[in-house]
Design a protein around this ligand. Structure first.
Ligand code: ZN
Length: 212
């Protein structure tokens, strides 16, 4: 059949070209988010061309991470220890808690290097459409934390409908405790994609936060 390798859709023809071992590798790589069939092929051939020990290090990194990474018992971010390095750092301001949607958003704020407080990672947002309610994200844990010494809760969920709904909900929960509640400045086009926003924009959103 006159199908070029580059444009071949994933079908039995491809299996015949490569044999099942390579096909399986391409299929596994292609199941990852953001990896199309062409990229999967490119990665597969790259991996095959690597020295054996490099491939073993890669495979080991995958399985080790999956086995050992868990949620920080304090802030809920992904870590390989009981408490993450941020929560364990005595130099951080533990009285300022920034609430973010996920660990990627935390990483985006950390990259700015200008936030010295701690975080609370929700691991999701309230989304009636997807059937995700307040009890499905880490709000109970947040309220438990706020029983300690906390001066300010900065709500840094995204500006999507879900992010705003979640921010509103948290604000209503926290306000009665008397703790100051602020919201990062709007205009940050988030929605789980804080990592793609430049640091200046993030800092501006943080500096321009308003009290709710
Ligand atoms: Zn932590």
């Amino acid at each position: 059949m006159a199908v070029s390798v580059a444009s071949a859709a994933w079908d039995s023809d491809t299996m015949e070209y490569y044999g099942s071992q390579i096909s399986n590798l391409i299929e596994q790589l292609g199941s990852l988010p953001g990896i199309g069939h062409k990229t999967a092929q490119r990665l597969a051939f790259h991996i095959i061309s690597l020295p054996q020990e490099k491939v073993e290090a890669l495979a080991s990194a995958l399985t080790q991470a999956r086995t050992h990474v868990r949620y920080c018992t304090e802030c809920g971010t992904l870590t390989d220890q009981e408490r993450c390095p941020i929560c364990r750092d005595p130099k951080r301001d533990h009285r300022t808690v920034m609430v973010v949607e996920n660990s990627r958003d935390l990483a985006a704020y950390e990259k700015t290097g200008h936030y010295s407080g701690v975080y609370h990672v929700l691991q999701g947002v309230i989304s009636p459409q997807l059937g995700i309610g307040p009890s499905d994200i880490r709000l109970k844990e947040l309220m438990q934390r706020l029983q300690g010494d906390v001066d300010e809760v900065i709500i840094a969920t995204g500006s999507s409908l879900e992010g705003e709904t979640t921010a509103m909900y948290i604000s209503r929960l926290v306000k009665p405790t008397g703790i100051k509640v602020t919201r990062i400045a709007s205009g940050v086009p988030v929605g789980g994609d804080l990592e793609y926003i430049d640091e200046v924009t993030l800092l501006r959103a943080l500096d321009g936060r308003v009290e709710l």
